[in-house]
Design a protein around this ligand. Sequence first.
Ligand code: SIN
Ligand code: CO
Length: 388
Amino acid sequence: MNPDIPLQLLGGITAREFLRDYWQKKPLLIRQAIPDFQSPIDADELAGLALEEEVESRLVIEKGERPWELRRGPFAEDEFSKLPEREWTLLVQAVDQFVPEVSELLENFRFLPSWRIDDVMISYAAPGGSVGPHFDNYDVFLLQGHGKRHWQIGQMCDAESQLLEHADLRILADFQGTDEWTLEPGDMLYLPPRLAHCGVAVDECLTYSVGFRAPSAAEVLTHFTDFLSQFMSEEERYTDADAQPVSDPHQIQRDALDRLKGLLAEHMGDERLLLTWFGQFMTEPRYPELVVGPELAESELLDSLEQGAVLIRNPSARLAWSEVDDDLLLFASGQSRLLPGHLRELLKMICAADALHIDNLGQWLADDDGRNLLCELVKQGSLGFADE
Ligand code: SIN
Ligand code: CO
């Protein structure tokens, strides 16, 4: 994707300009980011998803059994008919995994790494509905899908920002509005992490949140060190063969700290392991139980493809690739595979995985490594056969 082409999605600026001036820095309102946008899903379909066991959903009712009542799905059908006329919101997480047309929306965001994308959450709000003023720790693009929503943005927040006392929701006690706009279908608002915001439905409305993910520093450290420790033996320890006589046996001296720093640097500085861990971590699926594949022999895969079968990425799978020296790494739903450099174009195709079929796979099916990889990915559940 050429980063210097002005994008309608970004209000006529280029991806390069957006990243330089707005990404993780300041909000951007884009009128008609997607002109004449028609939501591929309506309120009834969204409510239908919220009945399903495998779908994460929440209801926020402003004047419920207590202020800002939070209920978690799955919901029973009659729960929706008992809701008040106004001031409630249904939020459904990861709709992109269940509705292909919603997943296709993500194609608009290919100027950002796909492994940074978390999900597309869709909310339906009754008139006046809101989840209250709050901040998120993630970047988000809020695309208006249907009806109108009035957005206010406010101050930058941090861990010290005062919240209302509430067991489940993080509502700001103090919201200092700075700007406000009413968004109509196709309008979009980009918000950087930690910017306070509050959206209130003018009429009944649907809002799409394209949310991003970034591991916290604590997650990086705990998960990476857990990963590293698998490769370490009990025998490898703090050593002090260079120890000198001590003046006070009770003092921990500088040299001990230096040895520890050396030990940490030796392991933490291993770029290959860092990359392997990071790729696995960032491609872990949100719902691992939805990434399962069939037993399959390579010959069966070949037969199916020859008969016109099409492979696509499982919408619940995450894929990314990288390179180490002359080799390649493919990360698929939390697993990594070291692969020979000649598979580069195949890896790119698999990660983009719009559709893989006999015509575009062609030569790769004659390649032992390529064929084996495709078969393994189907068996793992990261790739699957498209419905006819
Ligand atoms: C909503 O869609 O109601 C809330 C989205 C958000 O503020 O993050
Ligand atoms: Co938010």
